[in-house]
Structures are given as structure tokens and as C-alpha cells.
Design a protein around this ligand. Structure first.
Ligand SMILES: C[S@@+](CC[C@H](N)C(=O)[O-])C[C@H]1O[C@@H](n2cnc3c(N)ncnc32)[C@H](O)[C@@H]1O
Length: 279
């Protein structure tokens, strides 16, 4: 478990998208940080597939409104948490294991003037640092793939929302085509420590006394988005080489190209889940 955690921390501490990269891009575009608002920042800080439209779809799946207390599990740099806080006026708490992400999330939220309703904590999704039944809605985007022990993860998510509350998340999914070699390579190179299928998630939530309200198949949508994302990471090549070196960029490019290719071969898919805790 410790080595799983340290490989994820190393992966995100050397990720091409970071607080530094976001601030450099804002400066290059002539944005004065003294006047930064969420309306501007949301074009720079969404580290998931599909940008703010994906946030809107997740909000619908979670039934988020202005009264919701929302938990974003594996919140990264906090882009979705800030977006929800601004758009719905709700309170959002984010939790992430990577300290550099959490510190970056706090600073970006301060800059966007949203610290009164959006806050962040460093913690592990397998042992969420929150009381039982605390949240109305739990969200997460493309992060559970990093987390081994899905039964514990699902139990922790369910424990943290109130009975009647919702869990809305997206994740990278295994399919019937995913070979053991591909799983092994994605673990080694992308720190995807455990990939579940849509059916496995359904069973795990049902076993925790939840109803799965809907699952959207995102495989073909993500196949196209990921081709653009690979191009975006390549466009950040100079910055990535400057910060982490050519060997790191080459390793990243090989790993991400392989990951994107798995959508072409049908070895990977994606899903958006809407789940309700019953009791
Ligand atoms: C793809 S990023 C999330 C991006 C974020 N959801 C967004 O849309 O901007 C995945 C995040 O999961 C976090 N993570 C991975 N394993 C975790 C765990 N066991 N507990 C908490 N956070 C974890 C990583 O630190 C990373 O920030």
C-alpha cells in the first residue's frame, strides 16, 4: 500500500499540469492575478476530461444545488470544487492525498476569492477524514483508478454521505478486453493501481445499500477527448522539460500515448455514475 501511495504522489508531484503551470499560463495570457475570478480561472484549472461541461453533467448526476454540502474526493488542484462553489453557491470541501495539490488548490481558491465556501484537506480516500453522514453529495472525477481496494473506497464514500445523499463520479474503467499485461503497464506507468469495470462498481455500491440511478458510458466520448489531451500535453513539452527534464517528458509521453491507445482498442472505457445512498 505504501508503495502505491508513493508512486501516486510522485506521479502528481511531477505532473505536467500544476499550480505553477496554471500561474505561468495566466501570466503569459496577461491575466492580472489581483483581478482573477473563477470565470477566468475555470478555463485553466480543470484537470479532467471534458472541462466545465463534465462538471455540469456531474452536478446533474449528483443533484447539486445551493443548499448542498459537497465533498470532492481526489480533488486535485480544486478546479471542479471552485466551479461548483461559484456556479451553485454551495459549500464544497475537497480532499486529496498529494500535499502539493492541496496547497495549490488552497492558493488558487484564495486568488479566485472563494475561500469562504471552498476548502481543502490532505487525506486518503481509503480513510476519509470526515464524520459519518456529513455530506449531501460526494463527487469525484477520473481518480478512483489510482486507488486499490475498491470495497474500502466505496464503503468510505458511502459512509461520508447522509442517507438519501448522492455519489456522482466518473472513472477510467476496465472492459472485458483489458489484458493483464495492459493492467500491469497502466499500473507501472500511469499509477492506475486498480481498474474496475462498470459492473464491479454497480455490485460494490449495491452491496453498500445504495441504488445505482444511472451509468453513462463515456468510452467513445473520451476516446476523442484523449487524443486532444495528448496533443495538449505535447504542447506543454517545453515547460515540462524545463521543470522535470527530457527523460521525464519522454517517459510521460510514452505512458500517455499507450493509455490513449487503449481507448482505440477498446481495452479501456469510461463511466459517469449516479448513486443514491438508501439508508
Ligand atoms: C486526475 S487527478 C484529479 C483531478 C481533479 N478531479 C480535477 O478534476 O481537477 C487525480 C487525483 O487523485 C489523487 N489521489 C490518488 N489517489 C488518492 C487517494 N488514495 N486518496 C486521495 N487522493 C488520491 C491524486 O493526488 C490526484 O490529485
Amino acid at each position: 500500500m505504501a508503495s502505491n501511495n508513493s508512486s501516486v504522489l510522485a506521479f502528481y508531484d511531477t505532473h505536467p499540469i500544476s499550480e505553477t503551470q496554471i500561474l505561468e499560463k495566466l501570466a503569459a495570457d496577461g491575466v492580472d492575478l489581483a483581478t482573477l475570478t473563477e470565470d477566468i480561472l475555470q478555463d485553466y484549472d480543470q484537470d479532467h476530461f471534458g472541462g466545465v461541461q463534465a462538471n455540469d453533467a456531474l452536478a446533474r448526476a449528483g443533484g447539486v444545488n445551493s443548499d448542498s454540502l459537497v465533498l470532492d474526493v481526489c480533488c486535485g488542484l480544486g478546479g471542479p470544487a471552485r466551479y461548483f462553489g461559484q456556479k451553485f453557491g454551495c459549500r464544497v470541501e475537497g480532499v486529496d492525498m498529494t500535499a502539493s495539490r492541496v496547497e495549490g488548490a488552497k492558493r488558487l481558491t484564495e486568488l479566485a476569492g472563494l475561500s469562504d465556501r471552498v476548502s481543502f484537506t490532505c487525506g486518503n480516500a481509503l480513510d476519509l477524514p470526515f464524520a459519518d453522514n456529513r455530506f449531501d453529495v460526494l463527487i469525484s472525477q477520473e481518480a478512483f483508478c489510482h486507488i486499490p481496494d475498491k470495497p474500502t473506497l466505496v464503503a468510505e464514500c458511502v459512509r461520508s454521505v447522509r442517507p438519501g445523499g448522492r455519489i456522482a463520479f466518473t472513472d477510467i474503467l476496465a472492459t472485458g478486453e483489458t489484458t493483464p499485461e495492459t493492467r500491469q503497464r497502466l499500473t507501472a506507468e500511469m499509477t492506475f493501481n486498480e481498474l474496475a469495470t462498470a459492473a464491479e462498481y454497480r455490485d460494490l455500491f449495491t452491496a453498500q445499500n445504495c441504488e445505482v440511478l444511472g451509468v453513462d458510458d463515456l468510452g467513445s466520448e473520451w476516446r476523442d477527448i484523449l487524443i486532444d489531451r495528448l496533443a495538449m500535453y505535447r504542447s506543454l513539452g517545453d515547460q515540462t522539460v524545463r521543470r522535470f527534464g527530457q527523460a521525464h517528458f519522454d517517459k510521460w509521453d510514452r505512458a500517455y500515448s499507450f493509455f490513449v491507445g487503449c481507448y482505440g482498442t477498446g481495452e479501456l472505457s469510461g463511466g459517469r455514475f449516479s448513486v443514491q445512498r438508501l439508508t
